[in-house]
Design a protein around this ligand. Structure first.
Ligand code: HEC
Ligand code: HEC
Length: 153
């Protein structure tokens, strides 16, 4: 739960939050949106929010070195999805600032309503634009004539 809030916070209020971040710097090389002094723990939290929100792995946005080591080059911008994700971070931040109470204010961390990557993506790359057909929805149907909800045994 704490992690979710942290990831949401970083995604939603990244710029406003930079002053709350620890001093120890893991030395990331190519941050254009996240605070430069973000801790490793917080970076991991944001990146895991991204993978979970889109239902993807790190390689959806990041490339590996093109040598025999095949180690990750997380700082590289060679993958176009990384650029797209940056635009999405700015967009998400803007939506929250303009419309929701949270507005990037770290003192309002308990605000429940804010938009994160998961709000739209819901575990998929392409956000749904229409609800699923009626028969696929899983909500229990209220019984005719009562307010109670039938629970199947
Ligand atoms: C949806 C796209 C996306 C996914 C998936 C993703 N990342 Fe990232 N990652 C980014 C973006 C965008 C940045 C740059 C953020 C910025 O510019 O502030 C970044 C930056 C980083 C950096 C900092 C690199 C540097 O030195 O500048 C690391 C480390 C990193 N990601 C690790 C990971 C790991 C590990 C995973 C898998 C668990 C992952 N990322 C999944 C989009 C993604
Ligand atoms: C307000 C809804 C919304 C939010 C919030 C949102 N996205 Fe998106 N995202 C979309 C839509 C819609 C598309 C499809 C756009 C298109 O295909 O042109 C998309 C596309 C993308 C793509 C490109 C996928 C591709 O196939 O190239 C990436 C990457 C992405 N989003 C990452 C993110 C990340 C990371 C966040 C959180 C920082 C985020 N999105 C937040 C609506 C959203």
């Amino acid at each position: 739960m704490k992690k979710t809030i942290l990831a949401g916070t970083l995604v939603a209020g990244v710029l406003a939050l930079s002053f709350t971040i620890h001093n120890e710097e893991p030395g990331y090389k190519n941050l254009k949106i996240l605070p430069k002094n973000i801790s490793k723990e917080q970076m991991d939290s944001v990146m895991h929010h991204f993978t979970a929100a889109l239902g993807q792995k790190c390689n959806f946005c990041h490339v590996r070195n093109n040598d025999s080591t095949r180690t990750w080059d997380f700082a590289s911008d060679a993958n176009k999805h990384k650029g797209m994700a940056r635009e999405m971070m700015l967009m998400t931040n803007k939506i929250n600032k303009q419309n929701f109470e949270f507005a990037g204010d770290p003192k309002k961390l308990d605000t429940k309503l804010m938009v994160t990557c998961f709000t739209c993506h819901n575990g998929k790359v392409e956000p749904a634009t229409i609800p699923p057909p009626r028969e696929q929805r899983q909500q229990p149907q209220p019984q005719a004539g009562t307010d109670s909800v039938r629970v199947k045994q």
